[in-house]
Design a binder for this molecule. Structure first.
Ligand code: NDP
Ligand code: MG
Length: 407
């Protein structure tokens, strides 16, 4: 066991969403490299018992938990010296606390936007899996990143792959990028067949093990659509330079093509600990004890075109990018509301994309340049999503009026 003194040079991490799929993989990476990484703060929402276990193992200075679990969490950590916080504003302010060098954002949905912006403005390094903020407000976020000169490193495996492929290359030499997609559990299905999809079927991803929201997004291909928008902002490319390629084995995590048609790809097993660790140790590749790819057993890799008639998400993302302004924000908010309704059993699977399409029509031309405008637009879309104007979806929790945090 390494003593706190030994860890003095370690990077101080604030991990929000610590009890989720990315959160747990991040914890595993930190456990393997105590000399490099130190958890200063943890945040979770409902799984307070797991949060308490993590806190007792890593002894962060503070934890943040959902208000409904505050009492139990405080009681469980009484006498530990670990501060227990709760509430929206406290979450947004966590990145300002002493010892935080890096925000690791593993929270789900747009609720990660304000903590992310707060961290950037405070000059903290960002390692983010939570892609919804960049889809909602990519313009203002990237402007803040430039203004404050912070590193903003993607954990998403495709974007991590591109980051690795682009090292040492000149931006002007880049021609296209290829985001790979497993195709999800309904690859090859017809539109009619998608009408019968159950929650259980949608939550069974063929190659990745992830939280319920992103697993649903992977089944509708909306996850890839969000990733096209994420790549647009991170790598400063036109949407026409971002291709999507179905690759069922999920071994090639993405590729870049240069103007001489030379192509570089990043490959590896589908295990999120690889891109998480890379975002934390960038530009170093630290050791990671895991099975290597067995190339001979794998044998071959396959590629297919995406069926955009059955899965319209990518087409909607491209339209939103071309439209600009608040359109990507509308796409994301309508999708979050629709997925939540699907997971609650209130909306059939095939109506998720339809909801997003209707939302984009309803809010066509809606401006939204500043962060404040986009936060307001996000809220408005969720409220309308619950009003019955679109497919039968109910108001989501985040549609309840909330003050945007003090950034
Ligand atoms: P999970 O659902 O597994 O985890 C979500 C985390 O966020 C949990 O710790 C949860 O707390 C917390 N949380 C949920 N709601 C709130 C809230 N209202 N306030 C504070 N905390 C909250 O999600 P994933 O780990 O799968 O995904 C996280 C993000 O990373 C998503 O944006 C996803 O798109 C992205 N991503 C995920 C990948 C993956 O492999 N899973 C791959 C690439 C990107 P609790 O559990 O305690 O309620
Ligand atoms: Mg991804």
């Amino acid at each position: 066991m390494t003593s706190p003194e030994d860890r003095e040079g370690a990077q101080g991490l604030l991990l929000i969403g610590s009890t989720g799929s990315i959160g747990e993989s991040t914890i595993d990476v930190v456990r393997r490299h105590p000399e490099r990484f130190r958890l200063v703060g943890l945040s979770a929402h409902t799984r307070w018992q797991r949060l308490v276990e993590q806190a007792l193992e890593f002894r962060p200075a503070f934890v943040h938990v959902g208000e409904a679990c505050l009492g139990e969490c405080r009681e469980a950590l009484a006498g530990s010296g670990i501060e227990v916080l709760s509430g929206r504003q406290a979450l947004v302010d966590l990145p300002l606390r002493d010892g935080v060098d890096t925000l690791v954002s593993a929270i789900v949905g747009t609720r990660g936007l304000e903590p992310m912006v707060r961290a950037i403005r405070a000059g903290r390094r960002i390692a983010f899996a939570n892609k919804e903020p960049l889809v909602t407000a990519g313009g203002p976020i990237m402007e803040e990143v430039r203004r404050h000169g912070v590193s903003c490193l993607p954990i998403d495996s495709e974007h991590s792959a591109i980051l690795q492929c682009l090292r040492g290359e000149k931006p002007e030499d880049l021609s296209r990028i290829f985001l790979t997609a497993s195709g999800g559990p309904f690859r090859g299905w017809s539109r009619d067949r998608l009408q019968q999809v159950s929650r259980e079927q949608a939550l069974k991803h063929p190659t990745w093990s992830m939280g319920a929201k992103i697993t649903t997004d992977s089944a509708t291909l909306m996850n890839k659509a969000l990733e096209v928008i994420e790549a647009y902002w991170l790598y400063d490319l036109g949407e026409e330079a971002i291709e999507v390629l179905v690759h069922p084995e999920s071994i090639i995590h993405s590729m870049v093509e240069f103007r001489d048609r030379s192509v570089k790809a990043q490959l590896g097993l589908p295990d999120m600990r690889i891109p998480i660790q890379y975002a934390l140790s960038y530009p170093d590749h630290l050791p990671l004890q895991m099975e290597p790819v067995d190339w001979l057993k794998l044998g071959s890799l396959h590629f297919e075109a995406l069926d955009e008639d059955v899965f319209p998400a990518i087409r909607l993302a491209r339209a939103a990018l071309r439209q600009g302004g608040g359109a990507p924000c509308v796409l994301n908010a309508a999708n979050e509301a629709a997925v939540e309704s699907f997971l609650e059993g209130a909306l059939p699977f095939h109506r998720i994309s339809e909801t997003v399409e209707r939302a984009l029509e309803a809010f066509a031309g809606h401006s939204g340049e500043s962060l404040e405008e986009l936060i307001a637009l996000d809220r408005e879309v969720r409220q309308r999503a619950g009003s019955g104007d679109w497919p039968a979806i109910r108001a989501t929790r985040d549609a309840k009026p909330r003050q945007s945090g003090n950034l």
